[in-house]
Design a protein around this ligand. Structure first.
Ligand SMILES: [Fe+2]
Length: 334
């Protein structure tokens, strides 16, 4: 009997010890729901894990993360949400699924609020066939008659395009945008498909002369042996230099689990730190959200002092519904 009691006590001790260790381990693991592939910020994660002793678990999905976060909001599984678009950060905050943040020093007011903070900014530019000899262009031009059958794009419903169209809605109004998107669709060389880089490939192959794409893909292509040959035939142009400037969106982050807020906040503070912002600038070729960190020299060279559209991020998010309803109405992708 004594033996049975002693064994039971031992077993209990082991179970308690294991659950204690398990809790310690899970308290030191941050789960990141990310719309960005982990390799894009590998260097950042490595630096954070080394500095903090916290393990970062990466859960990547290109689609559906916002819905997942909202579904799980009462019992969150993820701790942090990393998004490549302002609208999805606002979706999460409007659903009450983000945890309130303090104001983070070093990031300008217009790039943060109590639900999210921007990490980088990225421009949506126009890639143009070199043999057109065009060096100035506006987004508005892509819908003109001269461009018939010469434009390529990924889905109009991709957040990058929705955000650009949302800015055009702000500058020109709803009736104008409907007309613009209708004409843009008529000008497409093929149905919207693929990603931003696939459109540059299509220009190089002579399928079209113009495409929409984010600026950092220029460097991704340059770094890729198979893709850099496309750039022999294509130039990236920052549009609308005489009007509103090139459209800019953000990548940013929200905390989605109250229980682990302290650890998550630590991670956010790291992401906006000079060290992390410098890694972002040099490894990702994006514009750091922190004004004290410069873009990398090669990015500066590409930008060449270009003007950017300084539209309020909330306007972009608010306009998104109207954009999507127009895209649906005209079956933009079909
Ligand atoms: Fe991207």
């Amino acid at each position: 009997m004594k033996n049975i009691i002693s064994n039971t006590v031992k077993l209990f001790t082991v179970v308690i010890l294991f659950s204690f260790i398990f809790n310690m381990l899970s308290a030191n693991t941050l789960k990141i729901y990310s719309e960005r592939q982990p390799f894009l910020i590998d260097a950042l994660i490595e630096a954070y894990e080394k500095n903090s002793g916290t393990k970062v678990e990466w859960i990547f999905a290109e689609k559906g993360l916002v819905q997942k976060i909202i579904l799980e909001k009462d019992n969150p599984i993820g701790d942090v949400f990393l998004s490549s678009d302002i609208a999805r950060l606002i979706d999460v905050s409007e659903a009450g699924a983000s945890v309130k943040l303090p104001k983070l020093s070093g990031i300008p007011d217009h790039l943060q609020n109590s639900d999210w903070v921007a990490l980088t900014q990225r421009a949506r530019i126009i890639y143009i066939a070199k043999n057109t000899n065009i060096i100035n262009i506006n987004y508005e031009d892509l819908a003109s008659d001269d461009f018939k059958g010469r434009v390529c794009t990924r889905s109009g419903f991709h957040p990058y395009n929705i955000s650009l169209f949302a800015s055009l809605l702000h500058h020109h109004g709803e009736a104008w945008l409907k007309n613009y998107l209708t004409n843009l669709k008529k000008n497409l060389a093929r149905k919207p498909q693929g990603n931003d880089r696939d459109q540059v490939k299509a220009i190089a192959a002579g399928v079209c002369d113009f495409s929409l794409g984010n600026h950092y893909y220029y460097f991704n292509m340059l770094d890729n042996e198979d893709q850099k040959v496309w750039l022999d035939k294509v130039v990236p142009i920052f549009p609308n230099q005489d009007t509103q400037g090139a459209h800019v969106n953000i990548s940013g982050v929200s905390i989605i689990n109250k229980a682990t807020k302290a650890e998550s906040l630590n991670f956010l503070l790291f992401l906006v730190s000079e060290e992390a912002q410098t890694i972002y600038a040099s490894d990702n070729n994006e514009f750091p959200a922190s004004p004290s960190v410069s873009s990398s020299p090669k990015v500066e060279k590409l930008v060449g002092g270009a003007k950017f559209d300084i539209i309020d991020l909330f306007i972009l998010a608010d306009n998104r519904k109207t954009v999507v309803s127009i895209l649906n109405e005209i079956n933009f992708d079909e």
